[in-house]
Design a binder for this molecule. Structure first.
Ligand SMILES: Nc1ncnc2c1ncn2[C@@H]1O[C@H](COP(=O)(O)OP(=O)(O)OP(=O)(O)O)[C@@H](O)[C@H]1O
Ligand SMILES: [Mg+2]
Length: 419
C-alpha cells in the first residue's frame, strides 16, 4: 500500500484515491463544515488491524495528549501508516477504539473526523496559486474570513512572498510548507503527518524539522508524526513511541528513551548501542556487578531488569573514552577514575574521521568490535589502528537488558559479537 494522499482537498494531481473511503475523503472532507471542532486527547484503545492472517497493528494502547508533538517511530512495515490510516478513518480497525476528546470516532466517516493528514506526496493543485491552494478548503465550506485565515497561515509558514506562485514554481521544501498550510488552515484537532519530509534533501529536512516544531508550538495542535528516521523523531517530538512489528516497544521522551532503552530493539533502533553479553554476579541496593566475557562492570540497580541474570550490557558509543594502554590518557586528561567501568586490552581496528567526531572500532579481548565516538575538539588522529587502548565509561551510562526478552534482537547482537 502506497502512502495515500488523503488531504482534506480533492485529489488535484496524478494519484487516484484507491479505496472508497479515500475517494470519499478526497471528495467530501471539505464539507465537514458543520462538524464541531472537537479537541482533546487522542486515545487509541486496544487498536488492532489484521489483513487476513497477518496482524499489522497489534493491540495498541496509546494516549496522545492534546497539543503534543508525538512521533511514531519504527522500521518499514511495522504498522505506522496503518495506524495513521485508522485514525484518519481510511482503514477500519479489526478490534479497538479511537477517541478524540473522549468522543468515540472509531466508525465515524473520515470527513467527519477533526483530523487532517499530510502525506509524503503533497498533491497540491498545480493550476492554483499558493494562496488558492490554502484557501481551497475554507472556500469549499463557505467559511467566514477566508482572507484573514489564509493570511495568518501563510505568515506562520512564511509563504506570504510566494502567495501568487503556482506549485510548479516552488522548491520541494516550499511545496511541503504549502501542504502543511493547507492542512493547518482547517484547524483540525489532530494533524497526522506521514513521512512528510521524505522527499527533501538532508539539509532541507533539518531546516523543515525545526520549522515544523516551531509551527506546532505556535498553533498548539496535536501533531502525530510518522517516521523511520530516529533523528527526525528525536529533533521534533516531545514523546516517541518506538514501534516494532505492530507493537509499541517503548514510549517516552526522546532523552529518556535514548538514555534508558528498555529492549535491545529500542537500544539499536534509537541511536547506536554497544551490547555485550554478560551475567549478573552480585546485586546490592545500588549496583550490580556484571561479568563480561573478560572483566566486570557495575550497572546501577535502576538500569537492570529485576530477576534476570543473563543480560546484555549496553553503553552508547559517545559515552566511552579511550585511553592508550600504559599511559595516563589523552593530553591533559587523567587515567580512568576508579568509579568508571573499564575494559582493558582493546585494539583499535578502524578510525573514521567524520568531521564533528571520529568513529573508532575497538576489538575487545573476546573479539567483539565496539564502536566509540570521540568529538573532534582538539583535531583528530589521537588513536590509530593497531593502538592498544582501554575503554572507560561511567557506571551511570551503563545499562543492562534482559537477554531472554527478544530472541531476534539477541541474534542480531550476537552476529555483532562474531562479526
Ligand atoms: N491492505 C493491506 N493488505 C495486506 N497487508 C497490508 C495492507 N496494508 C499494509 N499491509 C501490511 O501491513 C504492514 C504494515 O504496513 P504499514 O504501511 O503500516 O507499514 P509502515 O510502518 O508505514 O512502513 P513504511 O515505513 O515502509 O511506510 C506491512 O507488512 C504491510 O505489508
Ligand atoms: Mg508508511
Amino acid at each position: 500500500m502506497t502512502d495515500a494522499v488523503t488531504e482534506s482537498m480533492a485529489e488535484p494531481t496524478a494519484r487516484v484515491a484507491t479505496s472508497p473511503a479515500e475517494q470519499q475523503t478526497a471528495a467530501r472532507r471539505p464539507d465537514r463544515a458543520g462538524s464541531p471542532e472537537a479537541s482533546g486527547d487522542l486515545e487509541l484503545v486496544s487498536l488492532t488491524k489484521r489483513f487476513g492472517p497477518f496482524t499489522a497493528v497489534e493491540s495498541l494502547d496509546l494516549t496522545i495528549p492534546q497539543g503534543s508533538f508525538f512521533a511514531l517511530l519504527g522500521p518499514s512495515g511495522c504498522g505506522k501508516t496503518t495506524t495513521l490510516r485508522m485514525v484518519a478513518g481510511l482503514e477500519q480497525p479489526t478490534v479497538g477504539q479511537i477517541r478524540i476528546g473522549g468522543e468515540d470516532i472509531t466508525y465515524a466517516k473520515p470527513y467527519r473526523r477533526p483530523v487532517n493528514t499530510v502525506f509524503q506526496s503533497y498533491a497540491l493543485f498545480p493550476h492554483l496559486s499558493v494562496w488558492e491552494n490554502v484557501a481551497f478548503g475554507l472556500k469549499r465550506r463557505r467559511a467566514e474570513g477566508v482572507d484573514r485565515q489564509v493570511g495568518e497561515v501563510l505568515e506562520l509558514t512564511e509563504l506570504q512572498a510566494l502567495a501568487k506562485r503556482k506549485p510548479g514554481q516552488l522548491s520541494g521544501g516550499q511545496q511541503q510548507r504549502v501542504a502543511l498550510a493547507r492542512a493547518i488552515v482547517n484547524k483540525p484537532a489532530v494533524l497526522l503527518l506521514d513521512e512528510p519530509l521524505g522527499a527533501l534533501d538532508l539539509k532541507l529536512r533539518r531546516q523543515m524539522q525545526v520549522e515544523l516544531k516551531r509551527i506546532q508550538t505556535e498553533v498548539g495542535l496535536t501533531f502525530v508524526h510518522v517516521t523511520h528516521d530516529q533523528e527526525e523523531a528525536m529533533t521534533m517530538a516531545d514523546t516517541i513511541a518506538v514501534m516494532n512489528a505492530g507493537r509499541i516497544e517503548q514510549l517516552g521522551a526522546p532523552a529518556e528513551l535514548y538514555e534508558n532503552p528498555a529492549t535491545t530493539f529500542a537500544a539499536n533502533f534509537l541511536g547506536q548501542s554497544n551490547l555485550i553479553r554478560a551475567t549478573v554476579r552480585q546485586r546490592d541496593a545500588d549496583h550490580a556487578a556484571v561479568a563480561l566475557p573478560a572483566g566486570t562492570v557495575r550497572v546501577p540497580a535502576g538500569r537492570l531488569p529485576a530477576g534476570v541474570d543473563e543480560v546484555w550490557v549496553g553503553v552508547r558509543p559517545e559515552k566511552i573514552s579511550l585511553y592508550r594502554e600504559g599511559e595516563t590518557g589523552p593530553a591533559g586528561s587523567v587515567a580512568p577514575a576508579a568509579g568508571l567501568n573499564r575494559i582493558d586490552g582493546g585494539i583499535v581496528t578502524d578510525a573514521s574521521f567524520m568531521g564533528v567526531s571520529t568513529q573508532y572500532l575497538v576489538r575487545t579481548p573476546w573479539g567483539q568490535e565496539l564502536t566509540v565516538f570521540e568529538q573532534n575538539r582538539d583535531g583528530s588522529g589521537i588513536h590509530a589502528p593497531g593502538d592498544r587502548v582501554s575503554l572507560a565509561f561511567g557506571t551511570g551510562h551503563t545499562f543492562a537488558l534482559d537477554a531472554g526478552q527478544d530472541a531476534e534482537a539477541g541474534i542480531e547482537a550476537d552476529s555483532e559479537l562474531t562479526g
